[in-house]
Design a protein around this ligand. Structure first.
Ligand SMILES: Cc1cc2nc3c(=O)[nH]c(=O)nc-3n(C[C@H](O)[C@H](O)[C@H](O)COP(=O)(O)OP(=O)(O)OC[C@H]3O[C@@H](n4cnc5c(N)ncnc54)[C@H](O)[C@@H]3O)c2cc1C
Length: 373
């Protein structure tokens, strides 16, 4: 039978459809109540498992305790000249299992909110709001659609790219109570490069080679950097438990031009200067869910525009003079207290925090970029 002769499949009508059940999509879905909704996600949480980190305050420490892999009151940044160790009273640097987080949200959907394990296709916006799409052979239309599919990252744009291993070590590591956020004692010839190391216990370590640059490296290049760093630390691997890799945009992402509202990273929720997005996504989605419960379907901006402008200046300095990167990061950590540093990374720095950072920065390169904007 030709498709022209096929009876048209009935459309399933919904209040809300969420395309993509990742950090933003499934969090939003888990907060919806008293309406008909679907979240469309082709992959299982295990297929997407990785570590998501944030600076958690005491209420988030409790909120995420069942999905937390590790959490540290102390963290450090290291370069050839020494280290800055922060010991925070208010925040714990916390690493979550994304698979456990996504599963918990999937298991917490209210009646009337359904997870469809399939890809959305043929997404078309309606003239005013909402639209239609197909998934798993069915046709859906919704009064409001939120699209959280990952944004397209331009090939020549600044990005954070990394490859990491979760390992079990042969012998106990020193200082498992301190998370290493950035250790710059690695090859700096291809861009700003550091090792990120989270000790989940004294024998279990996540260690990542992370680059901030425009060009992706071959996977073996990051693996070599991790191996060299482990040697420097006298850490021997007993077993490699997992490998993860990722690319996070550090330049403004261009919105999909399909007339559908975006949430999460696709809406610009990634902090341009750091690549952190989890906290911004939580804030955006909490506000959106609250709005929806009162009939306001508008997506809140994930990051204030003033902060985006500051981050852009910071990134332009990194692109123009990458050799300044290590000093800028170490200078920021030295200038701030532990709590101030956490606020700065979370995007909630006070004016005092900002003043301290600005005073610690090399003035000429920053002023040059300010006047270019
Ligand atoms: C490996 C990695 C580690 C990261 N670590 C951190 C971190 O430690 N801290 C932090 O703050 N940020 C981190 N980030 C950045 C950011 O928090 C994550 O990218 C986060 O997942 C973004 O959430 P999102 O909901 O916008 O997108 P995603 O979580 O990527 O969700 C988008 C979903 O859309 C689905 N999808 C794609 N196509 C379709 C389709 N056609 N139909 C339906 N669904 C579709 C995908 O399967 C995916 O699950 C990390 C990013 C990566 C890649």
């Amino acid at each position: 039978m030709s498709s022209l002769n096929k009876p048209a499949a009935a459309s399933i009508d919904l209040d809300i459809a969420i395309i993509g059940g990742g950090s933003a999509g499934i969090t939003l879905a888990s907060k919806l109540n008293n309406l008909s909704a679907v979240v469309i996600e082709p992959r299982t949480p295990t297929e997407r498992d990785c570590s998501w980190a944030l600076w958690a305050d005491s209420s988030q420490t409790t909120q995420f305790s069942s999905v937390t892999k590790g959490s540290w009151q102390q963290w450090k940044l290291v370069d050839q000249d020494g280290e800055v160790v922060h010991n925070s009273n208010q925040y714990r640097y916390t690493s979550l299992s994304s698979a456990k987080y996504l599963t918990a949200c999937e298991n917490n959907l209210a009646n009337g909110v359904e997870l469809i394990r399939a890809a959305a296709e043929d997404i078309v916006a309606a003239p005013n709001d909402g639209g239609s799409f197909t998934a798993a052979g069915k046709h859906y239309s919704a009064a409001h659609i939120y699209d959280s599919r990952p944004p397209v990252i331009a090939a020549d744009s600044l990005k954070q790219h990394f490859l990491g291993w979760e390992i079990r070590t042969k012998s106990p590591i020193t200082d498992p109570q301190i998370a290493t956020l950035m250790d710059f004692r690695v090859d700096q010839s291809r861009g700003l490069h550091f090792i990120y190391a989270l000790p989940f216990s004294d024998r279990r370590l996540l260690v990542e080679s992370t680059m901030i640059s425009t060009r992706l490296e071959d996977k073996d290049w990051y693996r070599q950097a991790i191996g060299d760093w482990l040697k420097l630390q006298n850490i021997e691997i007993e077993e490699t438990l997992a490998e993860e890799a990722g690319v996070i945009p550090m330049a403004t992402v261009s919105r999909r031009d399909n007339g559908i509202a975006c949430i999460g990273a696709a809406s610009g929720a990634v902090r341009l200067s750091s690549g952190y997005a989890f906290t911004g996504i939580q804030a955006q989605v909490n506000k959106l869910a609250q709005g929806i419960s009162t009939g306001d379907y508008h997506v809140p901006a994930p990051i204030p525009s003033a902060l985006i402008s500051m981050d852009k200046i910071f990134n332009r300095v990194l692109v123009a003079q990458p050799e300044l990167g290590v000093g800028v990061m170490m200078g920021t950590a030295k200038a701030l207290s532990a709590d101030g540093f956490a606020r700065f990374m979370l995007g909630s720095a006070t004016w005092k925090d900002w003043a301290k950072v600005i005073l610690a920065m090399p003035k000429v390169p920053f002023l040059k970029q300010v006047f270019k904007s």
